[in-house]
Design a protein around this ligand. Structure first.
Ligand code: 5FU
Length: 266
């Protein structure tokens, strides 16, 4: 199964150039930690990115929660991504018709396609969502340098996704002419997809398992990697609210990476 293969070997199987790049980055930097930088001030995000940068392969944003969003915020964030060698993912969770997502991706205040290596999208509208996102690219932002992660499951308790939806999401991710744009799947379990060239991104990771007050469900780094098939574990508040951010990021990195090493060694 894909979970037994190393990230290096999976890089060779990836159809998406960004997935290839990310698998190789994870292998060389030895990290499968993604920081969810869910803070509402630009400087706070940049500070967090600088502190956690050495330990992460990916920094995930929700730009629409940044109160003082500006172009210079993006320039600074990209500089940190280059300095510390991590990719940027805007967790936009696009969910509309192709024409609308194309505009939401390329236009507006945030011009996401100009700076985010990766974005996320729901599969609810069907495969036209992938076509719509690709349609926003051109010129400097080619489909070769950009990719999407499709949601096949969510960590929220009581979410409406069922087995059929999950299976059909896998089909959108692995069949058809636009699969070179699909870098991975956001999900909670190893049976979401089988193709080893895709990356499984799993949010809802915390050293203390449990729930928050608004339906978020947490599992440990070891559990998501070894039992649930996660290739990258997403940690937000587990790091953001720690008293020592660097130490905590390093500890999440160490635990997620050790779990991956045990997984491929068996
Ligand atoms: F697709 C998903 C999902 O199913 N659950 C999530 O929690 C995405 N997320 C994101 O991961 C969510 O939007 C947050 O940005 C992050 C989790 O943050 P936490 O602070 O670790 O709970």
């Amino acid at each position: 199964s894909r979970t037994k293969l190393t990230y290096e070997s999976r890089a060779n199987l990836a159809k998406s150039p960004v997935a290839k790049r990310l698998f190789n980055l994870m292998a060389t930097k030895q990290t499968n930690l993604c920081l969810a930088a869910d803070l509402s001030e630009a400087d706070a995000i940049l500070d967090m990115a600088d502190k956690c940068g050495p330990y992460i392969c990916l920094l995930k944003t929700h730009v629409d929660i940044v109160s003082d969003f500006s172009e210079s915020f993006i320039v600074n964030l990209q500089a940190l991504a280059t300095r510390h060698n991590f990719l940027l993912m805007e967790d936009r969770k696009f969910a509309d018709i192709g024409n609308t997502v194309s505009l939401q991706y390329g236009q507006g205040l945030y011009k996401i396609a100009n700076w985010a290596d990766l974005v996320t999208a729901h599969t609810l509208p069907g495969r036209s969502i992938v076509q719509g996102l690709k349609a926003a690219l051109g010129g400097a932002n080619s489909a070769k340098e950009r990719g999407v992660f499709l949601l096949a499951e969510m960590s929220a308790s009581g979410n409406l996704i069922d087995e059929k939806y999950k299976e059909n999401s896998n089909k959108i991710a692995t069949e058809g002419g636009d699969v070179d744009f699909v870098a991975g799947v956001v999900c909670q379990s190893a049976d979401c997809f089988a193709f080893p060239g895709l990356i499984q991104l799993t949010p809802g990771v915390k050293i203390d398992e449990g729930v928050d007050k608004l339906g978020q469900q947490y599992q440990t780094p070891e559990h998501v990697v070894k039992e649930r098939g996660a290739d990258i574990g997403v940690v937000g508040r587990g790091i953001l609210q720690a008293s020592n951010v660097e130490k905590t990021a390093a500890s999440y990195r160490d635990r997620l990476w050790a779990a991956y090493q045990e997984r491929v060694a068996k």
